[in-house]
Design a protein around this ligand. Structure first.
Ligand code: SF4
Ligand code: SF4
Length: 96
């Protein structure tokens, strides 16, 4: 089990309140707002943390993805990019 799977397991054992707090903390670390792909629609809907929450509900054109430079990437062992278009790390790994 790698870092990301350990994090998922930890989250599953958390109370709803603790999980929400953890997600809010992670949202504060998300650097999507500085990314060329991040658009006005996402901004208007305050969408962030696509690596955890999954695809954006906005129509999105891939320009670049700065996820690999995000502090969360090494912290939780993310391996992919373009989560706003392709879906969450969990979905991309095909984990339940
Ligand atoms: S890895 Fe990408 S989607 Fe996830 S928090 Fe960082 S910038 Fe946002
Ligand atoms: S998930 Fe990647 S491509 Fe999408 S807005 Fe965030 S940094 Fe940019």
């Amino acid at each position: 089990m790698d870092k990301f799977e350990e994090m998922l397991q930890k989250m599953q054992k958390m109370t709803d309140i603790d999980r929400k707090q953890m997600i809010n903390k992670a949202k504060g670390m998300c650097i999507c707002g500085k990314c060329p792909t991040y658009n006005d629609c996402m901004k208007g809907k305050t969408e962030f943390l696509f690596c955890i929450t999954g695809k954006s509900s906005c129509t999105t054109t891939k320009k670049a993805c700065i996820c690999p430079t995000c502090p969360l990437t090494p912290m939780i062992g993310l391996k992919f990019a373009y989560y706003c278009v392709n879906g969450s790390e969990r979905e991309l790994r095909k984990l339940k």
